[in-house]
Ligand binder design. Structure first.
Ligand SMILES: [Zn+2]
Length: 123
């Protein structure tokens, strides 16, 4: 299945490596860094899974991990701004398919979200 956002919905590509880099840049507000991390690591289904503590490390500053509390606050803010799906958590950031689609990679479920159906609708 190719990328299709619907009629009259043009799309372009992003360089995921660059968004991985941007996610680590402390100059950006944390909610945006969460969004950048989601974009940077999203798989075929728009899921970006992170091992325990990895997101805290990515979002850290000056070599210091972000606290779990701050990570959760940043994700909550990103959800409120509609930058990631409400299903997102520190273990997996989810981009809804109206925001992100990817043409390559195996469409395998992530460890956390086995049921992908509601990823496909605007939530
Ligand atoms: Zn997931």
């Amino acid at each position: 299945m190719g990328i299709n956002f619907g009629h009259d919905r043009p799309w372009g590509g992003v360089n995921q490596r660059e968004y991985q880099r941007k996610a680590k840049e402390a100059a950006h507000p944390l909610a945006y860094r969460v969004h950048f991390a989601a974009l940077g690591w999203a798989d075929r289904n728009g899921h970006a899974a992170f091992d325990s503590g990895r997101l805290a490390r990515l979002l850290g500053k000056d070599g210091k991990d972000l606290s779990d509390q701050s990570v959760n606050n940043a994700i909550a803010r990103a959800k409120k701004l509609d930058l990631v799906s409400p299903r997102s958590g520190a273990a997996c950031l989810v981009l809804p398919s109206y925001l992100f689609q990817k043409g390559k990679g195996a469409p395998v479920p992530c460890r956390l979200h086995r049921d992908r159906r509601d990823c496909m609708s605007r939530v």
